[in-house]
Design a protein around this ligand. Structure first.
Ligand code: ATP
Length: 267
């Protein structure tokens, strides 16, 4: 089993409640994401948020990123656990929004410009080319978003968020509409991003339980509870503790397959 330990809090939610008029969307959402340490690895955190359609995953996503204030409760972020503000959590939306009239290089440069770190043009170029090399985008830097495939645009969108320096990145349905080969590449990409810095924390919202869990160290199962309005995190699976995290071959592990089955039945 992988040796690991957990230290300070990076992201937490306390009694989150969200309602529109009389309609309760989210209720009693509580969680804590701690910094995970693994010896010899810069290991970030990856959480999968799984739930049926229309439950409130997107609303929770917006609350976590500070875009929608909850009716009650607080989301706290960073080692100092301050209340989250819009802009502190990067978002990779499902349709990978990029600036259409700018090249891929310029799109990545916008991410870096938002990092607020003073760098010369030459340093920025070096950093962008480093990432482009690592994530196989070197041949595309002069192209425009419309000239890229969906998978390539997704990579640019993810790297753009990484370049802003945000340690927290929410990804909405990163596997949707991709074929099996592309899904494997997205998994590899997310694993790579999660090991770029030990405080990097990805939250993957997905209907695709198997792939989302394969990339994660924690799975949150969202659902409703009898007699209570609104959705909550019904169950948290700690894949580190279960020995099911950080293994690229995990999808063939019998215990993992059984877990996916259990999660599916719990939906
Ligand atoms: N501004 C709003 N006012 C009232 N109800 C809203 C508002 N925004 C969303 N809702 C409701 O909140 C519920 C949760 O929506 P949400 O988009 O978060 O679901 P979801 O789990 O992300 O769904 P899917 O997986 O299909 O994308 C839905 O019933 C939706 O109708």
């Amino acid at each position: 089993m992988n040796a690991y330990s957990k230290s300070h809090l990076l992201l937490s939610a306390e009694n989150i409640h969200l309602q529109y008029g009389e309609k309760v969307i989210l209720r009693d959402i509580n969680f804590k994401i701690h910094n995970v340490h693994r010896e010899g690895v810069e290991q970030g955190q990856v959480v999968a948020l799984i739930g049926r359609s229309g439950l409130g995953k997107t609303q929770l996503f917006k609350v976590l990123s500070g875009l929608v204030p909850p009716t009650q409760g607080t989301v706290r972020i960073g080692a100092d656990q301050h209340p989250v503000q819009a802009g502190q959590v990067g978002i990779v939306p499902q349709n990978y929004i990029l600036f259409q009239h700018r090249t891929i290089y310029q799109n990545l440069r916008i991410g870096l410009d938002h990092s607020g770190v003073a760098l010369s043009d030459a340093e920025k170029k070096r950093i962008i080319e480093d990432y482009a090399t690592t994530f196989e985008l070197m041949d595309h830097l002069k192209k425009y978003p419309a000239q890229l495939s969906g998978g390539q645009r997704q990579r640019v969108s993810i790297i753009q968020q990484v370049l802003t320096g945000n340690r927290f990145i929410l990804l909405d349905e990163p596997f949707s509409g991709l074929d099996i080969l592309m899904i494997d590449r997205v998994i590899a990409l997310l694993l790579k991003v999660s090991t770029l810095h030990e405080e990097n924390t990805l939250i993957v919202v997905s209907h695709d339980i198997e792939n989302a869990a394969a990339v994660s160290d924690t799975v949150w199962l969202m659902g409703t509870e009898d007699g209570k309005p609104g959705a909550t995190i019904r169950k948290e699976y700690d894949l580190c503790e279960m020995g099911l995290a950080w293994n690229p071959e995990i999808r063939t592990d019998r215990r993992f397959v059984e877990l996916i089955d259990e999660i599916r039945k719990g939906l």
